[in-house]
Design a binder for this molecule. Structure first.
Ligand code: DQA
Length: 143
């Protein structure tokens, strides 16, 4: 099984960015944890981060026929990128959307997730552990 982890805008700043909201771990720290868990689960995992909507869409398209699952934190694009939602719909790859923070407990604008309906499910509010939950969910959860 092959899984791709996509992180969107500003997630390269984890560790520095609003640590009271997102914690002190860097994206590298999170990717290391995911890599370790994937090894234990005998899953092949790869990572991609971009601040650009178009690059994220290209990566999603490129996953067609190559990946069995996607874990994606679209960052702020979650709240307005219909293009990313359409890209996920286009490739028909089981996707779990992850948010480090609980987007429903923050500013009202964050409660609207336009990308989420294209995903199999959403995990929000469990910090970086949400990515590990998503890996578990992709491999073992749902239909
Ligand atoms: C986020 C939540 C978004 O609202 C925000 O724009 C982010 C991070 C999260 O992981 O909690 O960049 O997706």
């Amino acid at each position: 099984m092959k899984i791709l982890v996509i992180n969107g805008p500003n997630l390269n700043m984890l560790g520095i960015r609003e640590p009271d909201v997102y914690g002190r771990e860097t994206l590298k720290d999170i990717e290391k944890k995911l890599w370790k868990k994937a090894q234990q689960m005998e899953v092949q995992i790869s990572f991609f981060q971009s601040n650009s909507e178009g690059e994220m869409i290209d990566k999603i398209h490129d996953s067609y026929g190559k990946m069995d699952g996607i874990i994606m934190n679209p960052g702020a694009y979650s709240h307005y990128s219909i293009a990313i939602r359409d890209a996920i719909k286009s490739v028909n790859i089981k996707t779990v959307e992850v948010h480090i923070s609980n987007v429903f407990a923050r500013e009202e604008m964050r409660a609207n997730l336009v990308t989420a309906p294209a995903s199999h499910g959403v995990i929000s509010g469990f910090g970086s552990y949400g990515y590990l939950m998503a890996l578990d969910a992709l491999v073992n959860g749902g239909k």
